[in-house]
Design a protein around this ligand. Structure first.
Ligand SMILES: [Fe+2]
Length: 209
C-alpha cells in the first residue's frame, strides 16, 4: 500500500526540481513508490565489491552523468550509509543547456553516446540530447565531430563549473531522480559499509521499448 502523501511529495518534487529525497521507514515503502512511477526493469546493489570491474562498485567518486537512457527515473534506497563521504551529487541539466543556442542544441543532438550492452554486441548508441532529454557520461562519448565537439566542450566546461546539490543519504533514505533531466555523481567515501539498492525505472511508453 503506497503512502499517498509521500507519493504526492515525490511527484511534485520530481516535476519541480527533477529529484526527490525522502526519509522512509522501510525498503517496502521504496518499492511501492517506485512501482507508482513506472516499471522497475533493473535492480542493482551498489556496494564495494573489488571482485568486479568498474568504478561503480568501488569507493571512488564518480563524475556527473546520467544512467541508461531507457531509465526515465533512477532511484536509490540506503540500506547502510558510508561512515564518511559518499554524498550524492545532483545537477539539473536545464541549468546547463537551456540557454544554448538552437545550433548548439542541434550539435548536441548529433553527438552519440554509447550504451554498454552485454553479449556479442559491445554497445549501442543513443543521442546525447533528444526530445526525451539528456543522455551523457564522459567515458561513453562516441567520437564527436569537430562542429558538435565545440558544443560538447561548452557543455563540459559548464558542467565542470557547476555547483551540484549534495545529499548525504542516511539509513532508510531514498533518492529519486528524473534521469533524463538530472545528472548524478558521488563523492568518494571511506570504508566498505555503504550499501544502496538502485532501481532503474522506465515509464510505460518509451520510444526504445
Ligand atoms: Fe550512475
Amino acid at each position: 500500500m503506497v503512502n499517498r502523501a509521500l507519493l504526492r511529495e515525490l511527484k511534485l518534487s520530481l516535476y519541480a526540481k527533477g529529484y526527490c529525497h525522502l526519509e522512509l521507514g522501510s525498503i517496502e515503502e521504496y518499492e511501492a513508490l517506485s512501482a507508482q512511477l513506472g516499471i522497475v526493469f533493473a535492480k542493482t546493489n551498489i556496494e564495494v565489491d573489488t571482485s568486479k570491474g568498474g568504478a561503480l562498485l568501488t569507493s571512488k567518486g564518480m563524475s556527473l552523468h546520467t544512467d541508461h537512457p531507457i531509465a526515465k527515473y533512477v532511484a536509490w534506497f540506503c540500506e547502510c550509509p558510508s561512515m564518511d563521504g559518499g554524498e550524492s551529487l545532483l545537477m539539473d541539466s536545464h541549468e546547463l543547456i537551456d540557454n544554448f543556442t538552437a545550433s548548439e542544441k542541434d550539435a548536441l543532438r548529433s553527438i552519440f553516446v554509447r550504451i554498454p550492452a552485454g553479449g556479442e554486441k559491445k554497445y549501442e548508441l543513443a543521442p546525447m540530447l533528444s526530445q526525451f532529454g539528456l543522455y551523457y557520461a564522459d567515458w561513453l562519448i562516441h567520437r564527436p565531430q569537430q562542429k558538435s565537439g565545440d558544443a560538447l566542450n561548452i557543455f563540459i566546461k559548464r558542467l565542470e563549473q557547476s555547483k551540484p546539490a549534495e545529499i548525504k543519504l542516511k539509513k532508510n533514505d531514498a533518492l529519486f531522480i528524473d534521469n533524463k533531466r538530472v545528472l548524478h555523481g558521488r563523492k568518494a567515501f571511506y570504508g566498505n559499509t555503504r550499501r544502496l539498492v538502485r532501481y532503474w525505472i522506465k515509464t510505460r511508453i518509451h520510444i526504445n521499448d
